[in-house]
Design a protein. Sequence first.
Length: 253
Amino acid sequence: MRLQGKVAIVTGAGSGIGRACAGAFVREGAKVALVARQEERLLAAASELGQDNALAIPADVANKSDIKRVVRQTGERFGTVHVLVNSAAALIAGTADSQTEEAWDETFNTNVRGLWLLSKAVIPHMRSAGGGSIINIGSVVGLIGARNRIAYGASKGAVITLTKCMAMDLGPDKIRVNAICPGIVETDLVADFINKAPDPDAARKQRLEVHPLGRFGSVNDIASAAVFLASEESSWVTGAAIPIDGGYTAGKV
């Protein structure tokens, strides 16, 4: 029970990495507020974890009033916040000349602005609790770039730099801030992109070949890292951008 007594907010918790993180946290003893836009998926995820351990809060992290409500409801139910996992993200493919302004704004409003505003909202609670851990889900694309990911890559690069700046500012308050940078993980989002390729089998094969371990990641690979960063085992880790990527970036950074 590595997270016994801790209260966490996890965004993007209706599916994929966010849902896996919420489940792992509950198994390690935490109480968790699950946040996502899709209410049906969110309620199902919270139901699996049990009403004593999990609170479903349908919300959009790009909406400032929703952020305030998330933090307020979490505090009313569980008392405080010790851990925040910023996993909600928008991924809209595009290049410098094909990406629309609307897609750019949606990406940055969710991936960067929402992450910052939710972090800002929980900081007073973490200070009052004597410290905390903010875990931002970045991407290897924020470290090395990728084709057809102009807005997504730029936003994840911003997340990594934001993580480092926040770690420096909040260290004296014993609030640690780190980023997990996944490679390609088996999620519905990744499956959708591959299935929409002209040749899905070739697209999958090409992406597998860039991972020296020969497989995509699982959501549990990322959730395990999040548990470590949320726990006292990582008490001297802050400002880190950690690739969890099957070796994808080993020869690139």
